[in-house]
Ligand binder design. Sequence first.
Ligand code: ZN
Length: 132
Amino acid sequence: MNKPTLDHIGIAVKSLDAAKIYEALGLSVNHIETVATQGVRTAFLSAGDADIELLEPSGPESTVAKFIEKRGEGIHHICFRVDDIEAHLGKLKAQGYRLINEAPVPGAHGCRVAFLHPAAGNGVLIELSEKQ
Ligand code: ZN
C-alpha cells in the first residue's frame, strides 16, 4: 500500500453556482458529473495536487440535502486517494474504525470510493478513492 494523498475536499452546496467564488480566485471547473449512487451533481475545480469538489443534492432524499438541512452549506468531507482501497478498508475495520461502506461503491470519475463513518474521523467524514 502506498501512502494516501489528498485527492479533494468535498463542499456541500445548494447549487453548483457556488463555483463562482473559486472561479473568482482563478480556479476553473474542469469536470461536472451526476453521481446517481450518491444522489449528487458534482463539479470539480483543480487546485494544484488536489481538487475542490462541489456537491449539489440531486433531490430532497440525497444525503447531501440532509446534511445541508442539518448543518448548512460547508465542508462535507475530505478524500484521500489510495492505491488499494480494499486493503485500506480491511485494515481500518480490523482496527475497529466504523465504516459507512465496507466495500467500495462507484464514485465520480469512474473511481471506486468508500466512506468512513464521521465518528471514526473525529467528526470529519473521510472518503477513500481508488482510480481505475
Ligand atoms: Zn468526494
